[in-house]
Design a binder for this molecule. Structure first.
Ligand code: SAH
Length: 455
């Protein structure tokens, strides 16, 4: 039987927005068929034009707002919604915080976990210009090398100079690099025929140190006029490191496997929770330093450490949680899959004279099982996995090691709720409220801390 969608392309319908997706699009339903509409807010009544119909959903655009949400505010520019840089810019900040709290609570309720409560989201005082890192695509726009961001669901570059949620110094550096690329006639990457030289410019800036790293992601092994270009970039205020990353394959993945230091250092330094960190081009480092300090501080407080514990930090990155925890406990074991990040973690341990940590490069799936079979008995396990959450093997290994507490830092409430269910099959229950901390203002990303305790 052929399913016929209840909406037709190019027709208009009057709908009420019921929810927001995790990409920040409003969701309306017609006969239970979901329609995703950018720049619409929950509670709003709108006239919507259908732009695309798929098998199980459709996309629409706002033709007219009939009843406006009381939480609607004037955004800073359409390009931030068009590109997905700041899809929630039209939602008042307090309502954004509420939305994130509610998002987790709704998922819990849907899974009949409504006795678990979610606390109010801890927000930022100034919820803009917070990112310490930018990954900016470089393309030709109307015959000129340009920097900006892709229009949502496309690879059309919209030139942008003020990125709104990024450290404004980073915005400035991107423009300076762009102008130098133009001056030295370096060509922009062209996806259609996999030609051109510069694919992306990545800029990272230490929040306390103000040290800047510029990464030029290139399709080619060499950059024409490299020597003069690098010399000019090295003169930009604050730049201490220029790295080339080679990505020759036609792929959407931003970075290739190989980094070359073109000038200066291979890392920048920064501080977090009073500790010093070195960060290399390839390592994950939280992008919102102000909120990361609150997040990890709270996670450590919630672990309620007494000083004699053995702790495991799974998905340890460059060792931020491990090193912050180390001074409160007897021993910390970290596991992380990215080799460069583990190298950074080890250097960061010595940089801070911390000796009671051990970092292993491996998949958490494998290393946790190994620790378990070696008889490691941690008192507390911290997990900070990527969006896909914990692999079931990791949950099994943790449960077999029988820690008293698991502190789960999550960047995806859907996988968090799934994993809470799996832990409960192993006799672990959530104690206290789930605490969201807003790491990504103006975007729908939800970060939170959950404590699970052995029943
Ligand atoms: N707590 C760290 C990083 C958390 S982000 C910090 O604050 O810096 C998640 C980390 O998980 C990333 O560093 C990523 O490289 C790592 N990762 C992803 N999949 C993994 C896996 N299967 N096993 C171990 N680490 C993994």
């Amino acid at each position: 039987m052929k399913f016929i969608a209840p909406v037709e392309k190019n027709k208009t319908y009057e709908v009420t927005i019921e929810d927001l997706t995790y990409q920040g699009m409003g969701v309306a339903k017609i006969e239970n068929f979901p329609i995703f509409i950018a720049n619409s807010l929950p509670g709003e009544r709108i006239e919507m034009g259908v732009t695309k119909v798929q098998k199980t959903y459709a996309f629409g655009r706002v033709v007219k707002v009939i009843k406006e949400s009381p939480d609607r505010v004037e955004g800073s520019g359409v390009e931030y919604t068009q590109t997905g840089i700041a899809p929630l810019q039209n939602l008042a900040y307090l309502a954004q915080l509420k939305f994130k709290q509610q998002q987790i609570q709704n998922l819990l309720n849907k899974d009949h976990l409504d006795d678990i409560k979610v606390d109010e989201t801890i927000g930022m005082e100034n919820p803009t210009e917070y990112r310490n890192k930018a990954q900016i695509p470089v393309r030709n726009v109307q015959g000129e090398l340009s920097t900006g961001f892709f229009r949502r669901n496309s690879h059309d570059l919209i030139p942008i100079e003020d990125f709104y949620i990024q450290d404004p110094v980073i915005d400035k550096v991107i423009l300076q690099v762009r102008d130098l690329l133009r001056r030295f006639h370096v060509t922009a990457y062209d996806e259609r025929n996999n030609s051109g030289v510069i694919r992306n410019v990545i800029v990272r800036r230490g929040y306390y140190s103000h040290e800047i790293m510029v990464v030029l992601v290139t399709r080619t092994m060499t950059i024409p006029g490299q020597k003069a270009l690098v010399e000019e970039i090295s003169k930009i205020d604050g730049v201490v490191s220029i790295v080339q990353n080679i990505n020759s394959r036609p792929t959407n993945v931003i970075m290739g496997p190989k980094d070359n230091v073109l000038w200066g250092e291979a890392v920048i330094h920064d501080e977090l929770m009073g500790l010093k960190f070195m960060i290399s081009a390839h390592s994950f480092y939280q992008v919102n330093p102000v909120q990361t300090e609150k997040l990890y501080q709270l996670a450590i407080e919630k672990a309620d450490l007494k000083g004699n514990e053995t702790v495991v930090d799974a998905y340890s990155g460059i060792g931020t949680i491990s090193l912050a925890v180390a001074k409160h406990v007897k021993k910390v074991y970290g596991v992380e899959v990215v080799k460069e990040a583990v190298q950074d973690a080890k250097l960061n341990a010595s940089l801070n004279d911390i000796e009671n940590v051990k970092f292993i490069t491996d998949k958490a799936e494998r290393q946790m099982a190994k620790w378990e079979s070696d008889g490691l008995k941690p008192d507390v396990v911290f997990v900070d996995p990527p969006r896909k959450g914990l692999a079931p093997e990791v949950i099994d290994s943790i449960a077999d090691m029988k820690p008293k507490k698991i502190v789960y830092i999550s960047c995806n409430p859907a996988t968090l709720v799934r994993d809470i269910q799996l832990f409960s099959d192993h006799e672990y229950e959530v104690t206290g409220d789930i605490q969201p901390v807003d790491q990504f203002p103006q975007t729908p990303h939800v970060e939170s801390i959950t404590v699970l305790t052995a029943k």
